[in-house]
Structures are given as C-alpha cells and as structure tokens.
Design a protein around this ligand. Structure first.
Ligand code: FAD
Length: 517
C-alpha cells in the first residue's frame, strides 16, 4: 500500500532497536558516507550498487596498466572524510593516504598568460601581482569576503538540512548581507579588474555543475576552502579513497551488494510504522525501515518510487527545474612522460562568457572549448606504467535536454579536436597515445540514470539552493531520504559527503537514535 502523509511529516518516532534496517541505493561518495553513518548509528545497513564496482561517478577504469579515475580528482575539505572514520574511533590515514597537491591548479589562457593557483597567501598574492599588480588589494578584500561566506555558508549552514521554510527564513538575512543574489563572476568582478583574474577566481562553480555567470556567490566559499585546507589526491587515485570508504563500511559490519540495480521500492504501512520493500536484481525483495537514495534524484522518483502519487508530483517538479551541464571526458594513456605539467591544469579558451552561455543555454555543441587536464602521475607515478602518463581531459558541454547531440556520431571527432588543441601543451601527444576511451552525456544518462545526462544533477542556482533543492528527507513519503548531488547542499565530494551528514542527522532525530558525529 502506498503511503502519503501531510507535507513535512516525519515517519512515526521510534525507539532505538538493534534490528532496525536501512537501505542505501547507490554507492557514490554520498551513498557510502550515508551508509557509514547509518551503520555507525546502529542501523543494519545494506548498500545496493547497480554496477560491479563502487564509487558512482568516482569509478575507476584500468587498461594496459593505466589507471583512470573516471570522475572526481580534486579532493578538498578532507575533514569531512576524516569525520566518517572518527565516528567509530578510526583514522582515515589507516585506510588511505591523502597527498597534498601543489599548485592546486595551473591556469593557462590562449594569450599565453599563466597563473599558478597556490594555497599559501604570500605565494598567491605574488601570482596576482605578476598578472595584474593593481589587483592585489582587491584580491585581499575578495579573500576576506570568501572567508565570511565560508563561515556562514559552509561552517554554519553546509550540513544543516533545510527541511522547512522557516530554516530558509532564518538564513535569509545572512544570505542577503552576503549578497547571495549576485553571481560568482559578478562578485569577483567587483574586487578585481583583470579578466584573467576574474576567470581565475570564478571558474570554481564549474567543478560542481554551476555556471559562474549565474551561480550564487555563496559558491565563492570554495576559494576559502582551498586556501584553508588545500587540495589533495589520494595515493593510488580517488579509487583508493572509495575503496577505503567501502572497507570502513564493511569493517563496521555493513553489507555492500554490487551488481544489484534496484528496480523498484514499494512503501507499505504497518500500523504507525512504514516499511520500504526494495526489489533488486539477483536477490529476493527485502524490507527496510528507511531508504536513503543516492541514485539520481529524478531516477529515484520517476523509476524507483513509480506508482507512489507523491513521487509523481516530485518527478514533474524536477522536470521543471534547471539541470547542470554535462561533460565530455576523454581518458588517454601515453607511452611518454610530460614531467613539467601540473597535476591539475585549466586551459581557458579565447571565449569565457560566450562559451558559458553556449554550454548552459545553447542548443548545439560549441566548436571551441575550455578544458580541465588531469595528470595524476605528477603526484602519484604509480597511476601509469613506468615511462607513461595516464590523463583525462574534460570539456563542459550542454546537457541532452538543451542540445540533443548524437554523441555516438560526434564523440570520436570531438575527442580528436580536443587532442589537437592539447598539442602545444603536450607535444606529440597523439602519436604517444596507447589507450583511449571517452565518456559522453549519453553515457551519464545510460550508466547513472542521470536526467538529461547531467554530470552534476540539479543546477546550483540561488532558486535551487538550500530549502529550494530536493530535501534531504522527502516531505511526503515517510522513511525516504536522499543523499548525494541532487539534494542539499549539492554536488562535489564535500557537498555530497555533507549531504549524508545532514540526512543522517535528520534520520537520527526521526528515529530517536544518537546522531553520528
Ligand atoms: C568527470 C567528473 C569530474 C569531477 N571532478 C570533481 C572533483 O575534482 N572534485 C569534486 O569534489 N567533485 C568532482 N565531481 C563531482 C563529484 O564527482 C560528484 O558530485 C559526486 O561524486 C557525486 O556523488 P553522489 O553521491 O551524488 O553519487 P554518484 O557518484 O552519482 O553515484 C550514484 C550511484 O548510484 C548508483 N545507482 C543509480 N541508480 C541505481 C539503482 N537503481 N540501483 C542501485 N544503484 C544505483 C549508480 O550506479 C552510482 O554508483 C566530478 C564529477 C565528474 C562527473
């Protein structure tokens, strides 16, 4: 029997019981973080993963000794990962080693200007002075502004679930004071005049699926996160971090079921309690007291909870929302090394604002691109056979809802054009390639059920932030919670790990269990 209660009604409060069971659907960073927290809180937790490896967008490909992290490579705010281990008195360093990366990024423009984005203040100011001496004071004021935004937006509100409109009202004066209505690019432009520096301090929303021209300046807090903690790369790659989280979950007694795509969840009521019956391939249907869905939020409502009236409403609402852009990602291994590269390089094309408009609002594939080049062997040479490099290069592209591109047809040529543009930075790269594969918006849709093939889920615009984002606890379906890029606070590894914290704090309150801290 389907259950729908009044808006905002939590499941009936229940006392702690050792046999309380939780299902997590999806083993992305958000799903694993939620599974670890639930298991640490005493729930008997099963994590279902559709594929034969964990990690979701942070999966790993290996070919011919080349190791390719498919997705996240810039690991920031390591404390939110540490916290998952500390819940059970463990330490992250016993599971995986995080190596500091410096410079955090090397930024290069087509006019030959380059900028090493470093974490230490003196070094960064020196870089600003080199590009535009007149902008040093402006940069200092910008950094101070991002520190204030970080304090409010990350420390105070980052893992608070915005379940009620009153939560939003409470935060509104702070958001107004910080001028959250302004975009990242507009805000940066108030502090610095040089166009290179404006781009250098406003590209960050792209890392979480936002358009710097439209995303709320709350996202400038990423600058302070990077200044405060730096950027890290796990030894062995991001995949090693995922394996560390899986090992922690299993050490705690949790169960991970790989190759177990969930087809459907039905909601049954038994007295005041609610049960979610999960039907996954390859096993019998199982009943749980609650479900945390880490799957694409549209897929959760349109497919997993199909037939539940409230889910249909939510699906239609999601279809009216703005979705983040997609990505074309090209993975390639070379038989030679490029030791002068930085680990993370951003290659800005000649157009910035025009290209962003084409990516986020356009209806066709732009011919030019701005690229992110990942060269993990610079930090960890073990990611490729001796004498070689394993790279990926990604290009932000429109999602399929805006531009119905036939990726089967264009992908190879698009990849060739990107490689040609890399020649000045990687001389002879095309001849040196030993292995190569690509991942397109169509693959995001196919592999992850990503709506419109979006790489980062619901776009992080001001009107889709906090209370206005899909909630960490579904308002109408008792016992259904979300964790991951589609809920508050949003995409990116720290975002989805913090979403799991907000979600599990809510579960702790709803089920009267001591919250995992
Ligand atoms: C190429 C790329 C580069 C990125 N770079 C960075 C970066 O450098 N730094 C950063 O912080 N962020 C980065 N991001 C963003 C970050 O990777 C994501 O926001 C984050 O990893 C998403 O995690 P998630 O918890 O939402 O789940 P996802 O990774 O989306 O995982 C969801 C999981 O659910 C599973 N699933 C779906 N449906 C079902 C079902 N029916 N049954 C069972 N399982 C199901 C999927 O198989 C998947 O494993 C990048 C993203 C991409 C794509």
């Amino acid at each position: 029997m389907s259950v729908a209660t009044a808006r905002g009604t939590p499941p009936a409060r229940q006392t702690t019981s050792p046999s309380r069971r939780a299902a997590v659907i999806g083993s992305g960073f958000g799903g694993l973080a939620a599974a670890i927290r639930l298991q640490s809180m005493g729930f008997e937790t099963v994590c279902y993963e559709a594929h034969d490896m964990p990690g979701g967008r942070a999966s790993v490909y290996e070919e011919g000794g080349y190791v390719f992290d498919a997705g996240p490579t810039v690991i920031t705010a390591p404390h939110c990962l540490e916290e998952l281990f500390e819940l059970s008195g463990r330490s992250l360093s016993d599971y995986v080693r995080l190596l500091p990366v410096t410079p955090l990024y090397r930024l290069q423009w087509s006019d030959g200007v380059s900028f090493d984005y470093v974490a230490d203040e003196a070094g960064l100011i020196e870089q600003v002075r080199r590009v535009s001496p007149g902008d040093v004071d402006g940069y200092r004021r910008f950094a101070d502004y991002t520190r204030q935004v970080f304090k409010k937006g990350y420390e105070d509100l980052g893992s608070v679930p915005f379940l009620n409109f009153t939560d939003m009202i409470r935060a509104a004066p702070h958001l107004a004071r910080l001028r959250a209505d302004r975009s990242v690019y507009a805000t940066v432009s108030r502090f610095v005049n040089d166009e290179h520096l404006r781009q250098a301090f406003s590209f960050h929303p792209l890392l979480v699926g936002g358009n710097p021209l439209e995303t709320s300046c709350i996202y400038t807090l990423i600058h302070w996160i990077e200044r405060k903690w730096g950027v890290f790369f796990p030894e062995g790659g991001t995949g090693a971090l995922v394996r560390g989280l899986v090992r922690l979950f299993e050490d705690l007694g949790g169960t991970l079921r790989l190759s177990s795509p969930v087809d459907r969840v039905t909601v049954e009521s038994a007295g005041s309690a609610t049960r979610h019956v999960v039907e996954a391939a390859g096993g019998p249907a199982e009943a749980f007291d609650l479900v945390v869905s880490n799957a694409d939020v549209h897929h959760t409502y349109a497919k997993l909870y199909r037939g539940v009236a409230a889910a249909g409403r939510r699906q239609r609402r999601l279809e009216r929302m703005a979705w983040s852009m997609s990505l074309f990602v090209l993975y390639f291994g070379t038989s030679r090394r490029y030791p002068d590269l930085a680990h993370h390089t951003i290659l800005f094309g000649p157009r910035f604002q025009g290209l962003l408009r084409d990516i986020f609002r356009g209806h066709r594939l732009p011919e030019d691109f701005s690229l992110y080049l990942h060269a993990p062997t610079i930090t960890d040479p073990g990611m490729a056979p001796a004498g070689g490099e394993s790279f990926y290069v990604l290009s932000p592209v429109p999602h399929l809802g805006n531009a119905a591109i036939d990726w089967e047809r264009v992908a190879q040529g698009y990849g060739d054009a990107i490689l040609e543009s890399l020649e000045p930075h990687l001389p002879g790269v095309r001849e040196a390639i030993v292995v190569r594969r690509h991942f397109t918006p169509a693959d995001f849709a196919r592999r992850f059920g990503a709506y419109h093939g979006s790489a980062f889920s619901v776009a992080p615009t001001l009107t889709q932030t906090a209370y206005f984002r899909p909630h960490n606890r579904d308002p109408d379906i008792p016992g259904l919670y979300l964790a991951g890029a589609g809920t508050h606070p949003g995409a990116g590894v720290p975002g989805v790990v913090n979403s799991a914290k907000a979600t599990c704090d809510t579960i702790a309150a709803d089920f009267q269990v001591v919250a995992s801290r």
